[in-house]
Design a protein around this ligand. Structure first.
Ligand code: G6P
Length: 612
């Protein structure tokens, strides 16, 4: 949530910062800004409401030029997204400038104190108060690093921040608590960013900041310390990321690229983790807690958004195939409702970004009670990945589109691998079935590719429904979470109201909404619940609803019931949700494009939600 970039080196920092902000824009795009110290020692700030490109259009690059600078792309928390509330924020004296992610919870008390000291304020933001507090401490100590440090000891809340001081133009100070930052160390240049996407063009050598740490960056490197002033020695790590993974590669949108990448990303999730002759799955990252997993009394899966939907699929899988109870919890609820957790529980945190604040807090809550924690995470080196006892990376590669697609299918694949691994240890599935499942798994990428190749069919259905005002998605069993996720995709990017429901629950409410204008998507593969789903379709048809059925390619019978068909290949129920979501991703993508919505950056949303 919000993106930070800072640069100190021998180049003009502004183009570096702008390019980085564009790469981070999926984190927030309400407003953007830069600040630079020029060769005359002037501290300049330029910021605008709207996207980075809007700010860039009107920015005078001759004027805003200097070898040290910071920038920000914002997702508003305090104060509406306008020019004034955009970051960077200057302090009252114009000596300190700051960009900040997170929330300073005690800013009102600090503001009151500073106003008694004569400070006046320009904005409604908590960040401006932090700039003022740093300057207040600078006035007392005459030392930039000490001023930042003393201020951070005092603030409550969360921050990832980068700041400059006009009086000390040879250093950039950054700090982290609850909002990620990494520092890239190049040749005569050092760059800080909220994530690797903005750093990778310059260097692969990075340092991840931990909570409570700060860094003093100079053009020749960095010095790390805690905000309590203890020196820290840490070597750089090498980033495992390629530049073309974060570019559109000829696609109109990142979302389309990411949907179409799924034959490969799914393969990356299971590669090297399953023996196709024996059907035995092995996840090296879980080795250290294998005993705990096998003997768990209960699994608790915690996540937010799309990752929560993947978690629900995980519950159905683990309970059906491994016969262990599983609870699926919204992280934001779990962390605050005084949950019952025991050391015999295994808590699985699922997160694409590995930074979602509620998921991280839920994980910390579980740790307090002695539960074993495991992560199912995409972003390597992210906070959740580092804080869990053990984990498995989903290896979906960088996901830039705000609406999650390839991460969802890879999260489910990871949970399927965990299920198969556990089933083997618990002996809940015969070896012959495990072998069959592994063969089925091997066929998944080709089946996804087939759907990618028939995307025009899905586009035709989108054409018929692009003006719909509401949508209902219905499914049973493994396809209930698919219904939820299909509805979420549509509302996120096309702003059409959509609800997902268990198909039979429709009778207990949503059926009242059905008339000739209501499109109803039935996820109706020919599995154990097919007949029941057909009955549900009949109920909707009787009320003149418009039926879109997601069904097996060779299902002739469904043509008697459905007005439109989204064909899918067959697979085992364990993997069905991976295939069945793909047409729904395409459906929502094409509808959003036809409605001229900003697919990759839908309004009000952010990719990584690092505030409560
Ligand atoms: C945001 C994103 C969703 C994502 C959710 C959880 O709402 O827009 O796409 O599913 O956060 O994010 P995580 O990174 O923890 O999977």
């Amino acid at each position: 949530m919000c993106g930070i970039v800072g640069y100190i080196g021998s180049k003009n920092s502004v183009p570096v910062i702008i390019q980085g902000l564009k790469r981070l824009e999926y984190r927030g795009y309400d407003s953007a800004g830069v600040s630079v110290i020029n060769s005359e020692g002037e501290l300049l700030v330029y910021k605008k409401a709207g996207k980075v490109s809007k700010m860039e259009e009107s920015l005078d690059l001759d004027k805003y030029s200097g070898t040290i600078g910071i920038g920000h792309t914002r997702w508003a928390t305090h104060g509406e997204p306008n020019d004034i509330n955009a970051h960077p924020h200057l302090d009252f004296d114009g000596n300190i400038v700051i960009v900040h992610n997170g929330i300073i919870e005690n800013y009102k008390a600090i503001k009151k104190r500073l106003s008694i000291e004569g400070f006046e304020f320009q904005t409604e933001t908590d960040t401006e108060i932090l700039a003022d507090l740093i300057n207040f401490n600078y006035r007392r100590t005459n030392d930039f690093v000490t001023a930042v440090r003393l201020s951070l000891v005092e603030v409550e809340g969360t921050y990832g921040l980068a700041c400059l001081c006009k009086s000390e133009p040879d250093k950039l100070v950054v700090a982290r608590k609850g909002s990620p930052l990494l520092i890239g160390v190049g040749d005569s240049e050092t760059i800080v960013s909220s994530d690797a996407a903005a750093v990778i063009s310059y260097t692969k050598h990075v340092i991840y900041l931990e909570d409570g740490e700060m860094a003093i960056m100079t053009k020749n490197g960095y010095q790390l310390k805690t905000i309590e002033d203890k020196e820290i020695l840490r070597d750089t790590e090498v980033l495992d990321l390629l530049l073309d993974e974060i570019e559109k590669g000829g696609y109109d949108h990142f979302m389309l690229k990411e949907i179409c990448e799924q034959p490969d990303t799914i393969q990356n999730t299971y590669r090297g983790r399953i023996n196709f002759d024996t059907g035995v799955a092995k996840l090296g990252g879980l080795d250290t807690v294998l005993d705990k997993i096998v003997n768990a009394e209960r699994f608790i899966i915690t996540a937010c958004g799309t990752a929560w939907h993947a978690g629900l699929v995980g519950k159905y899988m683990i309970e059906q195939y491994c016969r262990v109870p599983v609870e699926v919890e919204y992280a934001s609820e779990f962390r605050y409702r005084n949950p019952i957790i025991s050391p015999r529980d295994v808590v699985i945190a699922i997160s694409q970004s590995g930074e979602t604040l509620d998921t991280l807090a839920a994980l910390r809550e579980a740790k307090k009670f002695g539960a074993t924690t495991i992560g199912v995470v995409n972003v390597i080196g992210s906070t959740i990945a580092r804080e869990v006892d053990a984990g498995t990376y989903i290896h979906a590669g960088p996901e830039i589109g705000v609406a999650s697609t390839k991460a969802f299918t890879s999260q489910i694949m990871s949970l399927a691998l965990i299920t198969m691994m556990l089933a083997k240890y618990k002996n809940t599935i015969p070896d012959s079935t495990l072998i069959q499942l592994s063969q089925e798994l091997l066929a998944i990428p080709a089946k996804i590719l087939k759907m990618v190749e028939m995307k025009e069919k899905y586009k035709l259905v989108a054409e018929s429904f692009k003006n719909a005002k509401n949508f209902l998605y219905l499914g049973r069993g493994f396809n209930f979470p698919v219904a939820l996720e299909g509805a979420l995709k549509l509302k996120e990017i096309s702003y059409i109201h959509a609800e997902g429901y268990p198909a039979a629950e429709m009778k207990h409410g949503p059926i009242a909404l059905i008339d000739e204008n209501m499109p109803v998507v039935f996820i109706a593969p020919h599995d154990g619940t097919y007949d029941k789903i057909i009955s549900n379709i009949e109920e909707v048809k009787a009320r003149k609803g418009r039926i879109i059925a997601l069904a097996y390619e060779d299902d002739e019978n469904i043509k008697n019931y459905a007005d439109y068909i989204l064909p899918v290949p067959k697979t085992s129920p364990l993997f069905a949700s991976i295939l069945n979501i793909i047409p729904l991703q395409f459906l929502s993508y094409y509808i959003a494009v036809m409605r001229e919505c900003n697919v990759d950056q839908p309004r009000n949303l952010a990719k990584s939600v690092t505030v409560e």
